[in-house]
Design a binder for this molecule. Structure first.
Ligand code: GLN
Length: 290
């Protein structure tokens, strides 16, 4: 692997030729924009206008090693240890999922529909992207997040500091009803969750960089019942969601209908609806409590 010269143009050419077997050209450019912003502070406009400029040896070396990691299928967000979500920068490592654009869509919907809600709880918070984005936009609300994984909660707490905001975190196994009803002490106006929702037999449909790098605890449902997390959270709403409160889920389109049926059968909601995401998939559920 050799780069023809120190110029930015040659570095870009190098990334294209090294990575074209694993990424589309447009993805490589998007990755390069992130890497150049991270290492050199370059804006997208800089990337265009500084093509002929030479990079110094140490910057070049960083970008070269970054490319080597990318070739091993490591997602750029884990290499840079950062990901953007709802215009905020988050620290990420391999204990948490990389925040997804679908989840940004969900946060947008929640903010639009609940501008005056007083309290929010995000179940299975991972990096803390959901509660932190909410609190950042609704400064007067009380926002909490919970997760079973102590290492994920460490990441989430770090992100609260990075974004200079305030979120309360609880370590709890949501599948254990007794534990969750005790540890989640208060009730909420809005409960949100993007729980693990990929069935073991869907593993093959995931790309290698997801399977090999992202935490399986956050991706897969290992139980017999593949909507167990949704059911437990719907059950929890009986006691922890305030009257007129709302429940929001991010869903697997393959099991969306089953989750909807379970929510309806629980008889605590006046209205339960499935909502499509930007790409037209049944991706979200909204339920309004009696
Ligand atoms: N709530 C986090 C997110 O949406 C983590 C989700 C998860 O780990 N299943 O990114």
């Amino acid at each position: 692997m050799r780069i023809a010269s120190n110029s930015l143009a040659h570095l870009i050419g190098f990334y294209h030729s090294e990575l074209n077997s694993i990424y589309e050209l447009s993805e490589i450019d998007a990755i390069l924009n992130l890497a150049l912003e991270h290492y050199l502070g370059f804006s997208k406009a800089d990337v265009v206008s500084k093509k002929k400029e030479n990079l110094n040896q140490s910057d070049l070396l960083k970008l070269y090693f970054c490319c080597k990691e990318l070739k091993k299928n490591v997602p750029i967000q884990y290499i840079l240890k950062e990901a953007w979500f709802y215009n905020l920068k988050f620290y990420v490592n391999q204990h948490v999922l990389i925040p997804r654009p679908e989840t940004e869509e969900l946060v947008g919907l929640i903010l639009k529909e609940n501008p005056t809600a007083g309290s929010f709880l995000d179940i299975g918070t991972g990096s803390g992207c959901i509660p932190i984005a909410i609190k950042n936009n609704l400064k007067n609300s009380n926002v909490s997040g919970c997760d079973i994984s102590p290492s994920a909660l460490e990441v989430a707490k770090k992100n609260v500091e990075l974004n200079k905001t305030e979120v309360h975190f609880i370590e709890v196994d949501i599948l254990n009803e007794q534990e969750s009803s005790k540890k989640i002490e208060t009730t909420f106006d809005v409960i949100i969750s993007n729980p693990p929702y990929i069935k073991a037999d869907e593993k093959n449909s995931l790309s290698e960089h997801v399977i090999n790098n992202e935490p399986h605890l956050a991706l897969f449902v290992n139980e017999q019942d593949d909507i167990i997390f949704y059911k437990k959270i719907i059950d929890l709403c009986q006691h922890k969601l305030n009257a007129k409160g709302k429940l929001y889920f991010e869903l697997n389109p393959l099991t969306a209908q089953n989750v909807l049926d379970y929510a309806n059968a629980s008889k605590q909601f006046v209205k339960v609806e499935l909502i499509k995401d930007m790409s037209g998939k049944m991706r979200f559920l909204r339920a309004e409590k009696n």
